[in-house]
Design a binder for this molecule. Structure first.
Ligand code: 5GP
Length: 188
């Protein structure tokens, strides 16, 4: 069986990756599966353990590192995030396409380990618009917003490491563009 495609979707915090991802999953023809990450961050209102993330304590996270259980992991604004390796590998072997929605440092690790991975960077129309979107979400304290904007500025400089850059003007346009990129690569 043909191995599935590993797809990395990154972009600054608040750019709308989560929403674009949800719409992408409505495209049945892409055969997408989502890799649920492990994080030491606390759940936001509405987030569900085992659906949005596996919410764990630092000790559990470190144990997984020690057991070589991550495909990649990184620290992002004082919290740890990682992609559990075994599940992703199993899906790819079954010929399924797996989407990782991860930040830059982790994405670079995956690009190195898996040169065949497809990498896509989602850009905001502008940094001003990005800040507006983060504030609009209303879940973060002022200091966290400041840190996330600072990280976002640095992350924007990394966009050229990705094979594709897509501007998120609207969720529909961005998800359609990404769907077209994935389809093109499935036919290769
Ligand atoms: P948030 O706290 O807003 O859910 O996520 C913060 C950042 O961590 C986002 O850019 C998100 O894509 C990224 N992220 C989520 N899961 C993982 C993961 O498993 N590994 C890495 N490296 N980044 C992740």
């Amino acid at each position: 069986m043909t191995r599935g495609i590993l797809i990395i979707l990154s972009g600054p915090s608040g750019v709308g990756k989560g929403t674009v991802r949800q719409v992408l999953f409505e495209h049945q023809e892409l055969g997408l599966h989502y890799s649920i990450s492990m994080t030491t961050r606390k759940p936001r209102p509405g987030e569900v353990d085992g659906r949005d993330y596996f919410f764990v304590d630092q000790q559990t996270f470190e144990k997984t590192i020690a057991e070589d259980g991550f495909l990649e992991y990184a620290t992002f604004v004082s919290h740890s995030y990682g992609t559990p390796k075994a599940y992703v590998e199993k899906l790819l072997e079954e010929g399924k396409n797996v989407l990782l929605e991860i930040e830059m440092q982790g994405a670079l690790q995956v690009m190195k380990k898996c040169p065949d991975a497809l990498s896509i960077f989602l850009l905001p129309p502008s940094l001003e618009e990005l800040e507006r979107r983060i504030r609009h979400r209303g879940t973060e304290a002022e200091e966290v917003i400041r840190q996330r904007m600072e990280t976002a500025r640095k992350e924007m400089n990394m966009k050229d490491h990705y094979q594709y850059q897509v501007v998120n003007q609207t969720v529909e346009q961005a998800s359609n563009e990404i769907a077209a990129i994935i389809l093109k690569n499935m036919k290769k």
